[in-house]
Structure formats: structure tokens, C-alpha cells
Design a protein around this ligand. Structure first.
Ligand SMILES: Cc1cc2nc3c(=O)[nH]c(=O)nc-3n(C[C@H](O)[C@H](O)[C@H](O)COP(=O)(O)O)c2cc1C
Length: 253
């Protein structure tokens, strides 16, 4: 096993996989590692659906914006935020469940993220590669009905897993000065002074990302991080999500 810090800092998403089957025992071991993650108030609100049916994979790939690796990856998992079994627990004890809270949406989603990241780290430690697929939320209602998800369950993201057939460079992350703050967001400066420092750091980071995109082996482009993010943030962000989540029994209060 590689040194853990080195492993974590070597992460890159893998989107092209070798045509090698992953043993089901290995998938189950990864799921057990996911289950071992911390979970809010022990709610264990993550359910994973392993999608092996080629037909369903093809549909999810389409729903996710025709991402071909969803159909092709040796293993594809859908991580679902799941409060359905909590309803069963309440029924078992003949008590009404207080559901619909935004807080429950957060705790169940956080549980899924922690669970999935354990799976990813475990997979990478074993030489596998992974790519999260948030794109399935483009058509979240269609994915939910394809997977027969009941009320109080929704797909948070998918995950492609397989042995890498590509070796992409690690994408540089934001500088620590932007990510780690001491004692307060502005670190005892005025908001204006703090913003000026952050903007200078963002400009330096833009240069680093531009160089990364120009020199990387695949999908070269010439753009900085702020340019990419400001472009993305001019578009709507899956505006169907609120109604969908409310219909599923989340985020009503
Ligand atoms: C929740 C989540 C959803 C994502 N969805 C997609 C996706 O739908 N398609 C994709 O190709 N990559 C997806 N990614 C991967 C990100 O694009 C990737 O992590 C990011 O660009 C950083 O690159 P790196 O993982 O190679 O360091 C997703 C990542 C996360 C955490």
C-alpha cells in the first residue's frame, strides 16, 4: 500500500478503463470500506446501487449528458441519499417520522459523500481509477425511476471504477492561502484587504491552471480557473433540483 498522503495527493479522475473485470468480492470490500466512514448520528443514510445491466448503464450514460465512460466502466455505482429505511424504523416502532427537513437532506448527502470518498480512496490504493458522475442529476427523475428509488431516496452521484487505461496529470488545487484561513475568514483584515489578497492569489492560480491545461497530455485548452468558474456560474444550476427533492420528501421545511 502506498503512503496515504502521497496516495491522496496523487488523485486524478480516470475516465478511460482497461477491459478488465473487477471481482465482485473487491467491489464488496470497497463498499464495506465506504460503510466504515463516519455517519451523522449513526444514520447510515447511504445506499449504493451497482448498475450492471448494460441497458440501464446506457440509459444513465445518456441521462448524464452522453458520458460514454458511464456505459463502459467495468463497475458503475450510484450513491443514493436514503432516508427510506429510517421511515421503516419509525414504522417498526409505530411512531410518526419527522421528515422533509433540509437538515436531513444535508446529513444524508454528507453521508453519501463521505462513504463514496472512502470507496474512491480504497479503490485508488488498490490501483483502480475512479470518476464521480454528478451528470446523472441532469435527469435525476429519470434516473430515480430507472432505479426504482422510493420516496425519501435520491441519487446524489454515480461513480465509475476500473483499472486506468490513461495516466492523466494531477490537477493543481487552489493555494493554501485561499483554502486554509486562521481564526476568521478575513484573518483580522478588513473584507476589502482580505479580498485583495485573495484576488492576487486567484490570479497566480489562474496562471498555474492555464499552464496545466496547455501542457497536459489530453484535452488541452487555454483557460484559467476563474475564467472557467465564472463561465459556469453564468448558467443555471440544474433548476429542476428543488422541486424534485421536495417531491421526494426532502427540503420541505
Ligand atoms: C460530486 C462530483 C461530481 C462529478 N461529476 C462528474 C461528471 O459528471 N463527469 C465527469 O467527467 N467528471 C465529474 N466529476 C469529476 C470532476 O470533474 C473532477 O473531480 C475535477 O475536475 C477535478 O479533477 P480531478 O478529479 O482529476 O482532480 C465530478 C466530481 C465530483 C466530486
Amino acid at each position: 500500500m502506498q503512503d496515504v498522503m502521497h496516495l491522496l495527493q496523487s488523485h486524478r479522475s480516470i475516465r478511460t478503463f482497461k477491459d478488465i473485470t473487477i471481482d465482485q468480492s473487491l467491489v464488496e470490500e470497497l463498499i464495506r470500506s465506504g460503510q466504515a466512514a463516519a455517519t451523522s448520528s449513526f444514520i447510515q443514510a447511504c445506499t449504493v446501487i451497482q448498475v450492471s445491466s448494460g441497458e440501464k448503464r446506457e440509459k444513465i450514460a445518456q441521462f448524464a449528458g452522453n458520458q460514454r465512460y458511464v456505459a463502459k466502466a467495468p463497475v458503475f455505482l450510484v450513491f443514493c441519499a436514503d432516508m427510506h429505511r429510517h421511515q421503516l424504523a419509525c414504522e417498526l416502532h409505530k411512531v410518526p417520522m419527522q421528515s422533509g427537513y433540509t437538515e436531513q437532506l444535508l446529513t444524508a448527502s454528507i453521508d453519501c459523500a463521505l462513504f463514496a470518498q472512502n470507496v474512491v480512496i480504497g479503490a485508488e490504493a488498490l490501483g483502480l481509477g475512479a470518476c464521480y458522475i454528478g451528470g446523472l442529476r441532469n435527469e435525476i427523475a429519470a434516473v430515480s425511476s430507472l432505479l426504482a428509488l422510493p420516496d425519501l431516496v435520491f441519487p446524489v452521484f454515480g461513480l465509475c471504477l476500473g483499472y486506468p487505461d490513461q495516466n492523466p496529470e494531477v490537477k493543481p488545487r487552489l493555494p493554501l492561502s485561499l483554502t486554509l484561513k486562521q481564526d476568521s475568514y478575513t484573518q483580522d483584515k478588513t473584507t476589502d484587504e482580505a479580498d485583495k489578497l485573495d484576488i492576487a492569489a486567484l490570479e497566480a492560480y489562474d496562471q498555474q491552471i492555464r499552464e496545466y491545461y496547455i501542457s497536459r497530455t489530453g484535452n488541452q485548452k487555454e483557460t484559467g480557473w476563474t475564467e472557467q468558474i465564472s463561465g459556469m456560474l453564468q448558467k443555471e444550476a440544474r433548476p429542476h433540483m428543488m422541486k424534485f427533492l421536495q417531491d421526494k420528501g426532502f427540503m420541505n421545511k
